[in-house]
Write a protein that binds this ligand. Sequence first.
Ligand code: GSH
Length: 208
Amino acid sequence: MSTIANRRSVMMLYSAAECIHCHRVRLVLAEKDITVDIESIDPDNKPEDLLHLNPYGSIPTLIDRDLVLYDSRVISEYLDERFPHPPLMPVDPVSRAQSRLALFRIENDWYSLLPDLESGDSKRVTKAAKNLRDSLIAAADVFSVKPFFLSDEFTLIDATLAPLLWRLRTYGVELPPGDAKPVIDYAERLFAREGFQLSLTEIERDMR
Ligand SMILES: N[C@@H](CCC(=O)N[C@@H](CS)C(=O)NCC(=O)O)C(=O)O
């Protein structure tokens, strides 16, 4: 285990200013008001330390003393268990399983479009943007059931959706005010939260 992991008493997050997966974790940290050192790195020039700690060299990577975690979902679930207040997952097993299923579907159906959306290849971007737009419109009714995603309280599902919805314009996705109103209103509720505002880097703030 790395000496860095052993030396620090405050948690450290390797993050990048524009990285959606890092934003997801920064949002969980902000919502829970967790003290953390955020090490902002250039993803094209990763520090040696990170490459030693994480075999994938991916960000986000969280260091909590001897524990090294990567993958935004793994990190978020750890943070929710380590800092239980406010809880970002339901308590009972059936609801927890349904939340995990929703996270799986968001990652599988929407986050899976990110390589195309961020490819810089206009054909791929246009196709993925249309796919995402149509899919969000098709799901619009789900967003109006409760103030948060199928919940009265902010959860890990909202912390996963908010960074994606914040980036829609940068991906060229324009939601129609009529058909997508529930999605737009839901997004505005998330963006207005103090935790969300605190989670933003300067570059992310300029995205909208
Ligand atoms: N599933 C991972 C994806 C993380 C990811 O793709 N991060 C990008 C930066 S946004 C990365 O580090 N890619 C590997 C690389 O650039 O070498 C997660 O949720 O954390």
